[in-house]
Structures are given as structure tokens and as C-alpha cells.
Design a protein around this ligand. Structure first.
Ligand code: HAM
Length: 420
């Protein structure tokens, strides 16, 4: 019979990594809930139209969408990100503003799988709708930065840019089109195709042959409206006041089309692979309107969980939490006594595991060791007869007998003594 493996670009996350994922999400929840963001769980698929707003010249839309027709004839797509879904939810539910939400979960992009790039990948993120105050931009950025610190990461660099307002972007895009067209022969074949669709995206090119020509391209700074320039200056001043270090990068255009004004990206300098961006975001003031809602400001970011954990590995921080149990019950009398004791301990908050299948004492002690238990509680026929259990610390300590009636108290004391 043929066997199956997980699809390319997907992985099984096994323990203890799976616990690390949960801790990652819990740590994120703590950081952002402290700042008043509330949890939202958007669906994993939407009508394709919701995601087409990400931009018809972005690879996310043109090449990477997992879209299909469902049995009811609807055009559906698995979400490639969650910002568009959050804005669709905003239009649908009309919550009062400011609406500050956070999310966590998988996204799907048909990309070429490699280290740090997957077809199913996880993000945590926040979105704040209904406020165009630059102080919010600074708050949003500071929360991402605060979260990385909370994980213990130190080698994270923040790049920041502004894409100006819609009119500014249009003028800048035209200037780029002109510039790249004048220098067409110096561009890679791929970038020439990109140029036809969206000159801004040419700035994204990582191809070495494009770098010289990109280096000389006009910058957005020269095309900013006064409003956008002032907004950006206010964001930078607030970051300075909060002592958040950043690098200005006028080539940072990001991979999605909905961005206006502030855009930013966090890069791990500890990662050597091709994909070092561990998070990014920005303002998307026109998106809610494009999805059929009222003109509404919006800003947020998403942090790539998979990639950020690779950065944690590279910096040797945020280790997987301990998944071992405190107690292992060894019952050589058939297993009923183990069942009783497990129930008692578990319902009193003690983590406990046991063996099945009538294994020998030796095999059960081995299992206790494998599960990382601090103590084994042994029940043999002598103990059953005497109404006792034997408590054996798995490390150096001496084993001792204790009456069954007192077992919970004794185990608690012993665990306390062993510090587990
Ligand atoms: P994004 O830059 O496309 O932005 O994704 C954010 C982060 O998700 C990236 O920096 C990266 O760490 C991770 N990521 C993206 N694609 C993959 C992949 N194929 N495999 C592994 N990790 C990946 C957004 O998604 C926007 N929704 C962010 C945002 C929120 N902007 C405003 N609000």
C-alpha cells in the first residue's frame, strides 16, 4: 500500500515545537491585549473578491492564491493573509471605532517551498481601524518591537518608509515607470514584465542585475504630499521618543498593493537564509472603502511565526517549553489503581501519565523516565494489600511508602521539594 507524506510547503508541528507555537501565540496575546487589542477569528476562506483587493499586480494575487470553485459555484480562496478579512469583517459588522483586534493562525500561499517559506504558514498580527493619528502608527510598531523583545530576540532591525497618499503613489509610480523605461535594457527580463504591470514592484526585485538601476531610481520622498510628509515625520518623532531604533528605507514598498503612508518591515539579522523578513505591516487607509465600507483609516502588521521561530533558533532564545509530566503512575496489578490515582491527581491539577498494556515494572519505569516525570508512584500487590503507595523520586532521592489516604498531600509536598 502506498503511504502519504505531508504536501509540499506544509509540515506537521510535533511536540515540543507545537507547545512552542502555543506559547508564541500566548505571549503575543499578552503583549497586545495589554494594549487593548481584542481577539478576532476570521474564517480561513473567503470569496475570492475579498483578496483581489490585495492588488492585481502582486504575486500573492496573480500566482499564489489557493482559489477554487466550491460545490455551490462560489469562487472561494484560502486566505493568503488576514488584513483583508479583518476589513471585510469591519464592513460587515460596523463595530465602533477605534476597532483594535489581534489574530493568529494559518495562511496559504502557493509559493516555492524552502527554508522559512511555506505554503501554509502561521502569522500573529494586529489591525487598528478608524484612526489616522500618527501616534497609532507608532503604537502599532512599538507593539511588534515589544513582542520581539519579549521573545528574547535582539538581532531585529526595523525598516520604515512612507508610500504617501494615493495621489502621491500614482505620481511616484509614473516617475518610476519613466525612469525604468528609459533604462529598460539594464533591467532583468522578469523586471521588465513587472514594470508593465506595476513599476513599484520592480523595487522589490532581489535579482543582482537589477540592483544598480534600482539604486538610481527616484525616491518617494520627492513625491510626498505635505500631509503625508508631516504624518511620517510625526511617526518618526514618536518612535524616537519611545527609543525605538529604525532605519529609513525608501525602497521598502512591501508585497501587497493596499499600503498608503507608513510601511515597515522587521528583518532578523541573525538569519542567513534568503527570507529574513520576520514581520511587516503598514497603513491601508483605502482598503475598507474598496471592500464596500465607509472611508476608514487602518493600520496593522503581521509577524510570521514560522520564520520568527527560526530567528529564535538562530539567537538561541525562546526555547520550547517543558512538556513533561510531574508524576508517572506505575501499576503492576492490572491498572485499575493507576486509573483511580490518575483521576484523583488530574482533577487536583497535578499532571500525570501512566502506562497501559500490563507492561513490566521495568518497562513502566522506563516510560516514566521518557515522560520526564519528577516522581514515580508505584503500586504493586503489597501496596494494594497494605493500602499504601510507594513514592520514588526519579533523580537521586530515596523512595518511601505513604498511606493511600494521604497520597495527594504527600505528592504535592514532594513535588514542591523537587521544585517541579
Ligand atoms: P506580509 O509581509 O505578506 O504581510 O507577511 C507578514 C510576514 O508573514 C512576513 O514578514 C513573513 O515573516 C511571514 N510570511 C509571509 N509569507 C510567508 C511564507 N510563505 N512562509 C513563511 N512566512 C511567511 C501581510 O501578510 C500583511 N497582512 C501584514 C499587515 C497587516 N499589513 C497590515 N496589517
Amino acid at each position: 500500500m502506498s503511504s502519504f507524506a505531508s504536501s509540499p510547503g506544509t509540515r506537521d508541528i510535533l511536540s515540543p515545537d507545537s507547545s512552542r507555537w502555543r506559547l508564541f501565540q500566548a505571549t503575543f496575546a499578552e503583549v497586545v491585549e495589554r494594549a487593548g487589542y481584542q481577539y478576532i477569528i476570521p474564517p480561513m476562506f473567503e470569496e475570492l473578491g475579498v483578496f483581489l483587493r490585495l492588488g492585481d499586480s502582486t504575486e500573492v494575487v496573480t500566482k499564489e492564491m489557493y482559489d477554487f470553485e466550491d460545490k455551490g459555484g462560489r469562487r472561494i480562496a484560502l486566505r493568503p493573509e488576514q488584513t483583508a478579512s479583518v476589513c471585510r469583517a469591519f464592513v460587515e459588522h460596523r463595530p465602533t471605532t477605534p476597532w483594535k483586534v489581534w489574530y493568529a493562525g494559518p495562511n496559504f500561499r502557493y509559493e516555492k517551498p524552502q527554508q522559512g517559506r511555506y505554503r501554509q504558514f502561521d502569522q500573529v498580527g494586529i489591525e487598528a481601524l478608524g484612526v489616522d493619528d500618527p501616534m497609532l502608527d507608532a503604537e502599532v510598531i512599538s507593539l511588534a518591537s515589544n513582542f520581539y523583545q519579549e521573545l528574547g530576540l535582539q538581532q531585529v532591525q526595523l525598516f520604515i518608509n512612507t508610500l504617501g497618499d494615493e495621489g502621491d503613489r500614482d505620481k511616484y509610480t509614473e516617475a518610476l515607470r519613466l525612469y525604468f523605461t528609459e533604462n529598460l535594457s539594464l533591467l532583468s527580463a522578469e523586471s521588465r514584465i513587472t514594470l508593465e504591470k506595476n513599476p513599484l514592484r520592480v523595487l522589490d526585485s532581489k535579482r543582482p542585475e537589477d540592483q544598480a538601476i534600482i539604486g538610481g531610481a527616484p525616491t518617494i520622498r520627492d513625491y510626498l504630499s505635505d500631509g503625508a510628509a508631516e504624518h511620517f515625520q510625526a511617526v518618526l518623532s514618536a518612535l524616537d521618543a519611545m527609543n525605538i531604533k529604525y532605519t529609513l528605507s525608501d525602497r521598502l514598498v512591501r508585497g501587497l498593493d493596499y499600503y498608503r503612508r507608513t510601511t515597515f518591515e522587521f528583518v532578523s539579522t541573525a538569519l542567513t537564509a534568503a527570507h529574513t523578513a520576520i514581520g511587516g505591516g503598514g497603513r491601508y487607509d483605502g482598503l475598507v472603502e474598496q471592500l464596500g465600507g465607509p472611508a476608514t483609516a487602518g493600520i496593522g502588521f503581521a509577524i510570521g511565526l514560522d520564520r520568527t521561530l527560526l530567528a529564535c533558533d538562530a539567537e538561541n532564545v525562546f526555547a520550547a517549553p517543558n512538556t513533561s509530566v510531574s508524576v508517572f503512575v506505575v501499576d503492576t496489578t492490572g491498572g485499575i489503581h493507576a486509573a483511580e490515582l490518575c483521576l484523583l491527581l488530574r482533577s487536583n491539577g497535578v499532571s500525570v501519565d501512566r502506562a497501559f498494556d500490563h507492561r513490566s515494572m521495568k518497562a513502566q519505569m522506563k516510560a516514566a523516565d521518557r515522560r520526564g516525570a519528577a516522581i514515580a508512584v508505584i503500586i504493586g500487590s503489597d501496596e494494594v494489600e497494605q493500602g499504601t503507595v510507594v513514592i520514588r523520586p526519579m533523580g537521586d532521592g530515596q523512595q518511601f511508602s505513604c498511606p493511600k489516604s494521604n497520597v495527594l498531600e504527600t505528592i504535592r509536598l514532594e513535588l514542591q521539594k523537587l521544585g517541579s
